[in-house]
Design a protein around this ligand. Structure first.
Ligand code: FPP
Length: 246
């Protein structure tokens, strides 16, 4: 039986989030600039998006640029921004043809105007697509998201729109950048690092974590299948005992 046939469609993760790590090391191994690694990383993005959609995964969220990434060398940041614009331009038709909706989370106002505009255009054009939601985390940091949430809720309390006693998990969810997305079921990080790096801290509360040594530009559909198969082998108890689940 091949890998794909081992995947059960009934228990697919509803939301896969990926920390795409290792582009720089991949490029260094070939004696190339870091930007070359990012360029090749876009090939893995394409394969992963296509294969998630084909399997029937409803939500895929990719950590493309963190709030901390602004501190990288200016040239690298510029190269990444250029790559984003060219990828958005190149992939808009594929997103449309495959009925995929593009979304973005993060402090998008910090993005260069050109990137921001291109992004908003693709988001707008694909907003009625229903097969899968592809969310790009851009200028994203989970602590910044939580701070923003606390500020928004505090303002509503101040203006008597919400009473403090009414604040519950669903109110917090509604104020996160991810308000339209379900919790993450499976979090994948490539390149051998075993950290969360300020990604979706609230949303991964019950996620299965999957770490692989593969560098992001080398991540193929088989690696994606392996991660999903491993997810399906794990028993998710959400704090209950095994017996309670049966
Ligand atoms: C981490 O590798 C990767 C990034 C910071 C950027 C990821 C971006 C892409 C894959 C391309 C653009 C994305 C889209 C959605 C079109 P690293 O540079 O931290 O690698 P290292 O840890 O080996 O240095």
């Amino acid at each position: 039986m091949n890998l794909k046939e081992s995947i059960q469609s009934k228990t697919l993760p509803k939301h896969i989030a990926i920390i795409m790590d290792g582009n720089g090391r991949w490029a260094k191994k070939q004696g190339m600039m870091r930007a070359f690694g990012h360029e090749n990383g876009t090939k893995s993005v394409r394969t992963t998006v296509e294969n998630c959609a084909e399997l029937g995964v409803q939500n895929l969220t990719l950590y493309a640029f963190s709030t901390e990434n602004w501190n990288r060398p200016k040239l690298e940041v510029q190269a990444l921004m250029k790559l984003l614009i060219s990828s958005l331009k190149k992939e808009i038709n594929t997103l449309q043809d495959n009925n995929i909706k593009l979304s973005a989370i993060g402090n998008l106002s910090l993005l260069p105007t050109k990137v921001h505009n291109e992004l908003l255009e693709v988001i707008n054009k694909t907003k009625t697509n229903t097969r899968m939601t592809l969310t790009l985390a851009l200028s994203y940091g989970s602590r910044e998201e939580l701070l923003n949430t606390v500020k928004e809720i505090s303002n509503k309390v101040k203006n008597n729109i919400i009473s403090p006693a009414a604040i519950d998990e669903s109110i917090i969810n509604e104020h996160l950048y991810t308000h339209d997305l379900p919790d993450v079921d499976l979090l994948i990080r490539t390149s051998g690092e075993q950290r969360i790096s300020n990604f979706l801290l609230w949303q991964i509360a019950y996620a299965e974590l999957y770490f692989t040594d593969v560098l992001w530009p080398d991540f193929t559909k088989e690696h994606l299948y392996e991660a999903i198969i491993e997810f399906q082998k794990r028993e998710r108890r959400f704090g209950k005992t095994s017996e309670q689940l049966n």
